[in-house]
Write a protein that binds this ligand. Sequence first.
Ligand code: PAF
Length: 280
Amino acid sequence: MDVITKVNEMQTRVLSIKDRKKSIGFVPTMGALHEGHVSLIRSARKENNKLIVSIYLNPTQFDNEDDFNNYPRQMDKDIEIVERENADLVFAPGTKELYPEGFCTYVTQDKLTDSLCGRLRPGHFNGVTTIVTKLFNIIKPDRAYFGQKDYQQTVVIKRLVADLNMDIDVRVLPIVRDEDGLAISSRNKRLNPEERQNALCIYSSLSKAKSVFASNIKDSKEIIEEMTSIIKKTKNIKIDYVSIVDPNTLENVSSINGKAVATVAVWIGNTRLIDNIILE
Ligand code: PAF
């Protein structure tokens, strides 16, 4: 497995794969790989001839310098994980390679980025749509893999691909959870044992949403109240949002008809965690 750091070298390798008519599966990551990434990598491995994983901690999608500085970094371990999963190539460019001096073109998306994390993390999704477009242009994947944990991101990227006529199949895979229900995330590494315990209220609130909905309560306000009361019982936690949204438009729904997404963002100490569950 080769680790490629230069854009032009990656492009040459991609051209040669395409010349041989092989399909490319692509898993974009910011490193600090965990079981969630491994599940994406394994599906990509199965469904494509060639597998490329990118590892790049993209500064333009961080709205908070501390979050960027404290984001876990473990390049050597990440490369070992990707190699173990039998990837063909790793793309691990530096920031000067992706944002050279004079860089001034960004991809922006309206509407879908106005709510939830987009509302609370200004500029975050511009960073995501810009880097994902750049990576897609360099790697030209047939299929790209994302986790449902970042639900809004998956909707934004599907729309980006449709709106900009990119010929890429966006695959969204289920959330991978620890045994106690906590959604696996690179940011979990920053939680101390007490915070890790407190974070369980996120999954409890989502499970509550599911059971309340299953008992035939369709009123979002009522479900959100139940979810919020669980989170509020936990110490040292700050709610960014607890929302029930339409799965496609991400707009709040007042009553659930068919399918909706219950979604939560909270701060546990200095760590912001998100999670969601589909209600249908
Ligand atoms: O989900 C992530 O890890 C990032 O937002 C992504 C898609 C790799 C872009 O930097």
